[in-house]
Ligand binder design. Structure first.
Ligand SMILES: O=C(O)CCC(=O)C(=O)O
Length: 297
């Protein structure tokens, strides 16, 4: 990372790197998304069924507009279709920046996710910046080193230029101390604080996901939006993703440890996740000292 990139990243909470993908890498990724779109829409084989189930694709007409982000289905495609995305998670330029942004250790937390756009795709409201408080994705400095728990790397596969929509953010919001006004959240009265970084196909946006306020502007261009979002976390941060499956006590611990446990004991044996989407790991203790799994009494 150059001194200028470091300054920009620290000040704003995001960074655009131009031309990170070569023309060949870009074409391979676009071809692979065409393949996924076609398989999801028309495929009658096992891989197509797997894709429909794991990607939960959303379409507008015949165009793929979004996939969910907690199953890494793009990494699981048959070669060569998985190759561009496997390259993205370990791209040397990306990794050299993550090394600085997240500290020495980092890992794929969830994604890759496809986000597309067509005219008619609405604003994605602004979110993040510590509301609700999530210390595991916050930005801070210690011993002269910067550290952010969650970085999303968004590879542009098509242009998203001035007035066309796509990723938007509030630069500097990763250091803000006060709640976001509602007009900023829904763009209705954004006070001029919202920026939409312009990107060409092959450029990449890094942003402090969770720490920086971000979202997306409604898509306005005639051409389709195409972006691949990959959600990294610092080695010791947990966001969501695969953890949704692996946090369960039976997966996280050896069976001889958890087999005979009561529901209350099992509740504290869940692995870490920011979005466990289960009540079974939440406990209540009443005034008489009775412990119960939340919602069970
Ligand atoms: O569409 C985008 O680029 C914004 C994505 C976003 O808000 C998110 O990943 O949380």
């Amino acid at each position: 990372m150059t001194d200028s990139e470091r300054y920009y990243w620290d000040l704003n909470g995001h960074l655009v790197v131009r031309n990170l993908l070569t023309a060949r890498e870009l074409k391979a990724a676009n071809d692979a998304i065409d393949y996924v779109e076609d398989r999801c829409a028309n495929g009658r084989d096992e891989e197509s069924d797997f894709l429909r189930e794991s990607a939960q694709p959303r379409f507008m007409g015949e165009t793929l507009t979004r996939t969910r982000n907690n199953i890494p289905f793009l990494l699981m495609l048959r070669p060569p279709h998985c190759d561009p995305f496997r390259r993205m998670i370990s791209h040397p330029r990306t990794l050299s920046l993550l090394r600085f942004m997240c500290g020495r250790g980092f890992r794929l937390d969830h994604g890759p996710q496809f986000i597309g756009g067509l005219p008619g795709i609405a604003n994605h409201h602004l979110h993040g910046a510590g509301d609700p408080h999530k210390p595991y994705v916050a930005y801070h400095h210690q011993n002269g080193e910067p550290y952010v728990g969650g970085v999303t790397v968004s590879y542009a596969l098509h242009d998203a230029w001035e007035g066309e929509g796509g990723f938007a953010c509030v630069p500097g919001s990763h250091k803000s101390n006060y709640p976001m006004p509602s007009g900023v959240q829904d763009y209705s009265e954004d006070m001029g604080v919202v920026e939409k970084p312009n990107v060409r196909a092959g450029d990449v946006i890094f942003f402090m996901d969770g720490a920086q306020t971000h979202g997306a502007r409604a898509w306005q261009a005639r051409h389709q939006r195409r972006a691949i979002l990959i959600k990294f976390a610092s080695r010791t941060s947990t966001r969501q993703g695969a953890s949704l499956w692996h946090i369960h006590p039976d997966s996280y611990w050896d069976s001889n440890i958890v087999d005979e446990m009561t529901p209350e004991q099992r509740a504290v044996m869940y692995g870490p996740a920011s979005a466990p989407r289960t009540e079974s790991c939440l406990l209540d203790v009443d005034n008489a000292g009775n412990v119960s799994v939340a919602g069970s009494s």
